[in-house]
Design a protein around this ligand. Structure first.
Ligand SMILES: N[C@@H](CCC(=O)N[C@@H](CS)C(=O)NCC(=O)O)C(=O)O
Length: 210
């Protein structure tokens, strides 16, 4: 079997990759790289990830970064009838990509990562109090809008099947909890059902900083 290595632990983005691999039951090794350390900014790691960011997946001769990109890559390469991260019919694929982009852009990059950078890391990224107030407000509006789509009580974002979109959403809700960003009860119920998965608990362990 070829070498499969996840670079990165300890963040919501690295957690997504561990979880995706565990859902697909793919064996892998972990390099316990942490964010903004000498190792990530060092020239060796930058050969894998030019931005010096985590996570990165090395899968044989393929190297891929960006947590949602890694999930989509894994789905494209390893989905099977038994275990899958992406649906196979076109209407569901459209819905899947809509969720992945929405979570990556509206909830992660535009909302929680603004808080992370400008509240959590002011020495690195600068203070930006107005941007943080706006980011909290934006998160609330976006997650409220999204809750309309799941208020029919569905277990998974796509209805009856678990997908990578659930990995993206639950990891983002966990992150929101840590930032003190509340979300509608429909998403609390949704999250509780998903975190009961064995792979979620295993991914928490796998993503631990040791
Ligand atoms: N959009 C990327 C974000 C990756 C990212 O920003 N990772 C953080 C840790 S969660 C990082 O390595 N930050 C280093 C830095 O800000 O320089 C993803 O989803 O993987």
């Amino acid at each position: 079997m070829h070498e499969r290595i996840v670079w990165g632990v300890g963040t919501p983005r690295t957690f997504r990759v561990h979880w995706a691999l565990l859902e697909l039951a793919l064996p892998y090794e972990t390099r316990g790289l942490q964010t903004r350390t000498a190792a990530t900014v060092g020239s060796e790691y930058k050969k894998l990830n030019v931005a010096g960011k985590i996570p990165t997946l090395v899968d044989g001769d393929i190297t891929v970064s960006e947590s949602s990109g890694i999930i989509n890559y894994l789905a494209a390469k390893y989905d099977s009838d038994e275990r899958r991260l992406m649906p196979s019919d076109i209407p569901s694929i459209a819905e899947y990509h809509e969720w992945i982009s929405f979570i990556s852009m509206e909830l992660d990059a535009t909302s929680l990562y603004v808080l992370r950078r400008h509240e959590g890391l002011p020495d690195v990224y600068g203070r930006a109090d107005v941007a943080c107030i706006a980011a909290r407000d934006y998160f609330s509006r976006m997650i409220l809008a999204a809750s309309e789509k799941i208020k029919d009580g569905r277990v998974f974002l796509l209805g009856t099947s678990f997908t990578g979109a659930d990995i993206m959403m639950v990891s983002t809700l966990d992150w929101a909890d840590r930032c003190g960003c509340d979300y509608p009860s429909a998403f609390k119920t949704y999250r509780e059902q998903i975190v009961a998965r064995t792979s979620y608990s295993l991914a928490l362990q796998a993503n631990k900083v040791t």
